[in-house]
Structure formats: structure tokens, C-alpha cells
Design a protein around this ligand. Structure first.
Ligand code: DI6
Ligand code: FE
Length: 405
């Protein structure tokens, strides 16, 4: 049994409905067996906890551990050559239609061994951990055969055996059309995406089902068929929607009570109230916006006015968002999308937890939740979004244990 009180810190609790980060200036956090028992002003620490061992955090800032709720960080190879092509004018869509793009990563992923996939994923996981991240969502989508999609999710799950992070997996077989199904997207959905999902579910490999609803991906009708199977299996859905065009993916996602709709640059303002009504989290991915030099902004004002919860994630992938810093994504969300630093932090804590369906356990510093926190060399939570790069993390608190760097 482990009982401990963390003190001499300020705590951004990120409680819902609280203003100003739910910030407590001189805070104490009591944790037992990896759960938070009490949080509040140090002067109000109940007697019950006063005899527990103490950890002095030396005036540091404490936040909930960060959550990256949208990544594609298991993949083979890289696409630095496409970066060069885009710099001289080729577009992301042109490269994809010419057989590059996602399909070039599919080739490299199929060719890589499990060990190689895991080793390269761990480098990105380590980058995220050094940014205070304790929960990472990882999608399949670069295998595109049943066996290679399952393999990607097995590798994703294996990350938990090697690093102190929780992994949430998403089945993204409906990501791109592999060469062997060129011009036969419906057959691909019927023969790979749907039966593969049943298999993955049977192996306990799937926490959610995702799709790429786009001109270079799949139509809403094709995604609908995958979502119907997800519903039958009782698995929640989410969707890459309105990234490059408005195919009404967010409306489809809402119809299926999705956890989240992601990207949303081309989301029509008139569709925003439906997201709000259905409690769908809008996941902002400013890294992809930046890397593709997109100019159409997601309808942030309308999302805010309708109180749609907004999350922020890296979209870490070798093509459209080659990055592995969640704090950089927060900075970009502020600088490019005009989120406030408080919205950006809510987007990588409370709202990211909601986007993964784990809000009862993660995302705020609150009695009953897991004591997974981040301790920062920063005086104010604004700083986490403001400062670009650098190593601000003093250490994670994982399951109630402080691992100071
Ligand atoms: N949207 C994205 O941003 C990633 N996938 C998707 O559906 C990009 C994946 C890639 O380019 O490899
Ligand atoms: Fe993505």
C-alpha cells in the first residue's frame, strides 16, 4: 500500500466548469495506491492525510498527465522524400494519387518486422513521455490487410509492456485503398475492413473504430458500413472528418454517437450544433494543418460558441504530421487556431480523456481519478503552450509515484 502527499506546488486541476485552469496556488494532493484521494489548498489538508509520507515538489507546477488522443505512431520507414517534393510544389493529394503518401508507408510497414515497428514506435513514445504524456491513442491503418492491421495493433498494445503509458487502440483499416484493391473500395471494406474488425475485436485489440472519410480515403457510405459493424460489436467510433473537404463526415460520426470527430478544417458551421448535441469531441490537429500549409481554419468560434469540447493532438504520422511533441501541438493550436492556452491544456487533458472515453479515470486532478500527473519547471500553466520545444518536464508522477528526471 502506498500513501503519499505531494505538496509545495501549484496545481492546475482542470476541473470542468472551473475558471483559470482550476488553479490552486499552494496545493496538496493526497494519493493512495495510484489514485487521488484528496486535492485542495495545502492549508486545508484534512488530518487524515497529515501523517502520510510527503513529497516536496519545490514550488513546481502540477497538471494532469497529458493525453495524445490521435496518433498514427506505429509505422515503418519515413516520408522525408515527400517533404522535399511538397516543398517544390507537389500537393499531399497529388503524391497520394501517384501511389506515394499513405501507400508508401503501407509498403514500408508491411516490410518491417514486429521488432522494428516497436523499436521505431518507442522513439516517438519516448518523445511524448518527455512532454508529460501518459496516455496515447494509436491507430492501425498502414497494414491494410487483415493480418498486417492486426499486427499493427499488437505492436501498439506491446508498447505498454515497455513504457509507463496507457495505450488506446483504434481500428483504422478504412484509411486508404491498398494497391491490391485499386478501384475496388467496396470489396476492400467487405473483405478487409469489416471482417478484420471482427477478428481484432476477438483478440481484444480494439478500443475504438476510426475511418478516413475523404476523397482520397472512403465515402461516407463506405464508412457507414464499418460503423454499423462497430455498433453491432459495441465498439465506439471516431472519424477523420472534413480534413480536406466537406463530405459531412462529422454528421455521420454524430449519428453514431462518436467519441470524436477529428481535423474538421472544412466543417460547415451549420453542422456544429449537432456535434454539441451529441457530445462529440472536436479534435484539433494543428500539426497536419501546419505541415500541409492548409489555409482553411476549423470553425473555432462556432465550436466555442456551441461549447463543443475541443481536444488537441499531434496526429503523429510520417506524412501529414511528422511530429512527436504534444506541447508543440498545443503551441500550434494557440498560434494557428487561436485557442487560448487554457483551451489547449484542456484539449490535452480533460477533453482528450473524453475523446478516448476514459474521462472517469484521467484528465483532471480530482479525487477518484488516477494519480498520473506531470510536474513542470514552469510557474504558470500558460507557459506549457507558450514555450516552444525545450525540456520543461521535471518528471511524471505515474500511479502516485514521482519519477524526477
Ligand atoms: N489523416 C491524416 O492526417 C493522416 N491520416 C489521415 O487519415 C495522414 C496519414 C499519412 O499521410 O500517412
Ligand atoms: Fe490522423
Amino acid at each position: 500500500m502506498s500513501e503519499r502527499v505531494f505538496h509545495a506546488c501549484s496545481a492546475a486541476t482542470m476541473l470542468v466548469d472551473e475558471q483559470d485552469y482550476g488553479l490552486i496556488d499552494d496545493a496538496a494532493i493526497a494519493a493512495k495506491d495510484g489514485r487521488i484521494e484528496w486535492v485542495g489548498a495545502a492549508g486545508n489538508l484534512p488530518e487524515l492525510y497529515q501523517g502520510w509520507s510527503k513529497t516536496d515538489l519545490g514550488g513546481a507546477l502540477v497538471t494532469p498527465a497529458l493525453i495524445d488522443c490521435h496518433t498514427h505512431l506505429v509505422f515503418g520507414g519515413d516520408r522525408s522524400h515527400e517533404f522535399s517534393l511538397r516543398l517544390v510544389g507537389a500537393s499531399y493529394e497529388e503524391i497520394a494519387r501517384a501511389g506515394g503518401g499513405i501507400n508508401s508507408t503501407v509498403e514500408a510497414t508491411r516490410a518491417a518486422s514486429d521488432e522494428e515497428l516497436l523499436a521505431s514506435a518507442l522513439t516517438r513514445v519516448d518523445d511524448l513521455i518527455s512532454d508529460g504524456v501518459a496516455v496515447i491513442e494509436v491507430k492501425s491503418g498502414y497494414g491494410l490487410t487483415i493480418e498486417h492491421e492486426l499486427r499493427m495493433l499488437r505492436v501498439a498494445r506491446a508498447i505498454e509492456q515497455h513504457r509507463p503509458v496507457r495505450i488506446c487502440t483504434s481500428w483504422l483499416a478504412a484509411h486508404a485503398l491498398p494497391p491490391e484493391y485499386a478501384d475496388a473500395p467496396d470489396a476492400y471494406i467487405d473483405e478487409v475492413a469489416i471482417p478484420g474488425l471482427e477478428k481484432a475485436q476477438g483478440e481484444g485489440l480494439v478500443d475504438a473504430v476510426d475511418g478516413f472519410c475523404e476523397g482520397i480515403g472512403f465515402t461516407p457510405e463506405q464508412i457507414r458500413r464499418v460503423f454499423e459493424k462497430a455498433r453491432e460489436l459495441g465498439i465506439p467510433v471516431k472519424l477523420h472528418a472534413e480534413q480536406l473537404s466537406d463530405l459531412k463526415g462529422a454528421m455521420l460520426a454524430s449519428e453514431f454517437d462518436a467519441l470524436s470527430a477529428d481535423h474538421l478544417e472544412y466543417l460547415a458551421e451549420e453542422d456544429v450544433p449537432t456535434l454539441a448535441e451529441k457530445g462529440v469531441v472536436a479534435v484539433m490537429l494543428p500539426g497536419a494543418f501546419y505541415a500541409l500549409r492548409e489555409s482553411k481554419l476549423p470553425p473555432i468560434d462556432a465550436l466555442r460558441a456551441n461549447t463543443v469540447p475541443m481536444a488537441v493532438a499531434t496526429d503523429s504520422n510520417p506524412g501529414s504530421s511528422p511530429m512527436s511533441s504534444l506541447r508543440l501541438a498545443m503551441n500550434m493550436a494557440c498560434t494557428l487556431f487561436r485557442l487560448t492556452p487554457e483551451e489547449a491544456l484542456a484539449g490535452t487533458t480533460r477533453n482528450a480523456a473524453a475523446a478516448l472515453g476514459i474521462g472517469s479515470e484521467y484528465g483532471s486532478i480530482e479525487a477518484g481519478k488516477r494519480c498520473d500527473l506531470a510536474v513542470w519547471n514552469a510557474t504558470h500553466p500558460n507557459y506549457l503552450s507558450y514555450w516552444i520545444a525545450g525540456d520543461l518536464l521535471r518528471g511524471p508522477i505515474s500511479a502516485g509515484k514521482f519519477n524526477e528526471h
